[in-house]
Design a protein around this ligand. Structure first.
Ligand code: IPE
Ligand code: MG
Length: 221
């Protein structure tokens, strides 16, 4: 979800305003995704590298996340949105960890869509962690399936589509393992402006892609 800062700058507003409008976009997109029948939606809200931003911005983002979870929890339950977080949650404040736990617990039986929010997340760190875990469990002859189960995303299917907003063409340490066969979609639209029309465009384009998984066209017809 990139482009909050630029959205604010274009309007002469503080970056925090961009993040607030970005949070509104989250609500819209989660609703739209659930209506479209998308079963899993992962949002990259805060990377491990984002800790290096100015401390006022980090604090504003953390506060926003806390408020978001606290104020949207009931709505998520009503709309059948199961919430879960991935990332090094232990680095977050006790208050935010508490909101995460409470929201995950309150929505655990929701079955329409699973919303996965990546917080203090880094894919390389996740991969190293999984490798360490398997090593300390004494696991040998590791298969991709075993490795997948050692990641934060255990039990969550690999993404079919990755959308990056704001005209950047990078993965930025996001789901490096899980995106092996994902389709990529890039748009210049800044995240606060990303809406149902934009999501529909991305899905339309995705539906026109031929996913061969290493095979040839004739095999998958
Ligand atoms: C949101 O956009 C990403 C978050 C870390 C919340 P940015 O804050 O990266 O916005 P730009 O890239 O400065 O426009
Ligand atoms: Mg950015």
């Amino acid at each position: 979800m990139d482009g909050n800062g630029r959205w604010a700058k274009e309007r002469g507003l503080p970056r925090s305003e961009g993040h607030m409008r970005g949070a509104e976009a989250i609500e819209r997109i989660v609703e739209t995704a659930a209506d479209m029948g998308i079963r899993y939606l992962t949002l990259y809200a805060f990377s491990e590298e984002n800790w290096n931003r100015p401390s006022e911005e980090v604090s504003a983002l953390m506060l926003l996340l806390r408020h978001y979870l606290a104020s949207k929890r009931e709505k998520m339950v009503k709309e059948g949105i199961r919430f879960t977080a991935i990332g090094d949650i232990s680095t977050l404040s006790a208050d935010l960890q508490n909101e995460i736990r409470t929201t995950a617990e309150a929505t655990k039986d929701c079955a329409r869509t699973t919303l996965i929010v990546a917080l203090s997340y880094g894919a390389r760190q996740e991969i190293c962690r999984a490798a360490s875990k398997l090593a300390s469990d004494g696991v040998r002859d590791i298969t991709p399936e075993m490795f997948s189960k050692a990641l934060f995303t255990a039990g969550i299917p690999d993404p079919d589509l990755l959308i990056r907003t704001s005209g950047e063409y990078r993965i930025s340490n996001f789901l490096l393992w899980q995106l092996a066969y994902a389709e990529f979609y890039f748009t210049n639209t800044l995240w606060p402006d990303f809406d149902k029309i934009e999501l529909t465009k991305a899905i339309d384009e995705y539906q026109g892609r031929e996913r061969r998984f290493g095979m040839i066209s004739e095999q998958i017809k």
